[in-house]
Ligand binder design. Structure first.
Ligand code: NAG
Ligand code: CU
Length: 219
């Protein structure tokens, strides 16, 4: 069963397919045709782009994935552009390894409170079996946490995630994991994933750690 679904997704990976579909916040565009093109899967913000509220104390990030295993980076930047090397990205959740294809949602993703009242781009970058994949949403940062959770916020059967690390994704944040933290780049809510703990504990710790980083970053 597992081998069969892996085979199917490997076959699917060789043809054009919806690698993953961002459900919340609303993506810049719905086609996955250029999802392997950074920074936003071939989309930019224009006058028709939908804008979604992003609650800085807890937002639901939901997508559905066609891949059985991906590493994922979630980050935000102020403004309406996601390309350029001098952008001040803030990582809003630890890098996770997400297993199982289907619906996935992190219901309590936090962003720096200093962004409240501003507009920005939320970006998901996945390191998947068929390469790097991108989706963005145009958001307006608001205070508080989202309530109720959107209907799209659910985990499919067998879908789970654990705090992980991924050198390629970390490199996007300017981190150089192999040589320690000699380069301190722009201030952000970056959280260093802890290793060697049990999956659920480490994910919980990561969420708390990210929240603590945001709280202290906002003081
Ligand atoms: C989905 O699974 C992740 C990883 O275990 C968990 O953090 C998250 O809270 C779950 N989402 C929902 C909506 O239960
Ligand atoms: Cu794919």
């Amino acid at each position: 069963m597992r081998a069969q679904s892996l085979l199917l997704s490997l076959l699917a990976a060789s043809t054009a397919h919806a690698h993953f579909t961002l459900r919340n916040p609303e993506p810049l565009g719905k086609s996955a045709a250029k999802q392997d093109t950074g920074p936003c899967g071939g989309y930019t913000v224009d006058e028709n782009t939908p804008i979604t509220e992003f609650h800085v104390d807890g937002e639901a990030i939901a997508y559905s994935s066609s891949h059985p295993e991906v590493h994922v980076l979630f980050r935000v930047v102020e403004g309406n552009k996601a390309d350029g090397s001098n952008l001040q990205w803030s990582q809003v959740f630890p890098i996770v390894e997400q297993y199982g294809s289907g619906d996935f949602c992190e219901p309590m993703v936090t962003a720096p409170r200093s962004l409240v009242g501003k507009q920005g781009i939320f970006q998901v970058v996945q390191n998947a079996v068929d390469g790097m994949l991108y989706a963005c949403a145009y958001v307006k940062f608001v205070s508080g946490s989202v309530s109720p959770l959107p209907d799209s916020c659910k985990n499919g059967t067998g879908v789970d995630a654990a705090i992980s690390s991924d050198p390629t994704l970390e490199a996007l944040m300017g981190n150089t994991p192999t040589t320690g933290s000699q380069t301190t780049s722009a201030p952000s809510a970056t959280n260093t994933p802890s290793q060697g703990t049990t999956r659920s504990f480490s994910l919980f710790a990561g969420v708390v750690g990210a929240a603590v980083a945001v709280v202290f970053g906002g003081l």
